[in-house]
Ligand binder design. Structure first.
Ligand code: NCD
Length: 336
């Protein structure tokens, strides 16, 4: 089994349906499109007077966040609630792990409380995969962001934003700008754009903020905004991930803004109808000018709204891809 097959097999069941959602890596275009189509159909639920559908009634979703988050955690909560699931959210950084309990023990305890699905955010790359490999066979794991590695629901909400505003991916030029080195959003977005057929993916960053081997993602790198932004259809800005930086990578925030900040002036290099995106939290005056963040081309708040629909899609798809207890019993009887 190749590493790609291994990733695919952990995330997909024997029928090719989603059973965990850990990374974009290894997932086929049809599945990403199915997530987008399902999310599209859920968008309307948010406009209803009663914002609920009964798909996950009687199921328990547990958000386990070992790292801080506002947008991601609350939109996962809302998504689960709109699907009629019971939801609990745990900020584990402030509870048992600080008392020395391992990641594994925390999960085992939550499993004993009969949760059907865990949404996990962790500062270690690979944490969600590790949990998915060890958890009971009928519990689904959704990655809410692991270290610098992956943030697949953010990538899918970004793809939904692009598709809803631009129609398709086929003729687009998309630029991802800023701290690529520390960004799980950049990695997941590069993979999703590639899988969905975007022909021109650009990354614009100072050389010190580009990871080694970035070419393998099939992107073109630029070290200045003037050439990188030329005629693009979409600009995805990233936050400087200071918490993951170990000194010396940047002269100063002021210098970064001077060279890579998205100002009104610079945005003119892109197509006149180019979209401005950002996963948040935004730092005004560090990577983006306020007038651009709040301007007519910005879809930053639409991204948040679409995030709920994407998370509803992923939760409901992963739940229906789970093995039932009956099937698990049947398989273990067959093995004995
Ligand atoms: C991103 C994350 O946590 O990776 N934010 C988010 O999910 N809304 C990006 C970031 O923190 O800059």
């Amino acid at each position: 089994m190749t590493p790609l097959d291994a990733k695919r097999s952990l995330q997909l069941n024997d029928n090719g349906q989603l059973q965990h959602f850990l990374s974009i890596d290894g997932l086929p275009r049809e599945l990403l499109t199915e997530i987008l189509d399902t999310a599209d159909s859920f968008l309307e639920v948010g406009d209803r007077a009663v914002k609920k559908v009964p798909l996950l009634r009687g199921k328990t979703v547990c958000n386990v966040f070992f790292e801080n988050s506002t947008r991601t955690r609350t939109t996962f909560e809302l998504a689960a609630q709109r699907l009629s699931a019971d939801v609990i959210s745990l900020n584990v950084s402030t509870s048992s792990t600080s008392k020395g309990e391992s990641l594994f023990d925390t999960l085992r305890n939550l499993e004993a409380m009969a949760a059907d699905m865990f949404v996990v955010r962790h500062s270690d790359s690979g944490a969600a995969h590790f949990i998915a490999e060890h958890v009971c066979p009928n519990v689904a794991i959704i990655n809410g962001g692991d270290g610098r590695h992956a943030h697949p629901t953010q990538a899918m909400l970004d793809m939904l934003t692009i598709r809803r505003h631009k129609g398709s991916f086929e003729n687009l030029s998309v630029a991802i700008v800023g701290d690529i080195l520390h960004s799980r959003v950049a990695r997941s977005n590069m993979l999703a754009l590639k899988t969905l057929g975007c022909p021109d993916i650009r990354v614009i960053a100072p050389k010190t903020l580009l990871p080694v081997g970035i070419e393998q993602y099939g992107v073109t790198t630029y070290s200045d905004m003037a050439t990188g932004l030329k005629d693009v259809d979409v600009v995805i800005m990233l936050r400087l991930q200071r918490e993951r930086m170990q000194g010396g990578l940047l002269p100063s925030e002021g210098e970064f803004y001077r060279l890579f900040g998205l100002t009104e002036q610079r945005l003119k290099l892109a197509k006149p109808d180019a979209l401005v995106m950002h996963p948040g939290p935004i730092n005004r005056g560090v990577e983006i000018e306020s007038a651009v963040a709040d301007g007519p081309q910005s879809v930053i708040l639409n991204q948040v709204t679409y995030g709920i629909a994407i998370r509803m899609a992923v939760l409901s798809m992963a739940m229906s891809g789970q093995k039932t207890q009956r099937l698990i019993d049947q398989e273990s009887e067959e093995q004995n």
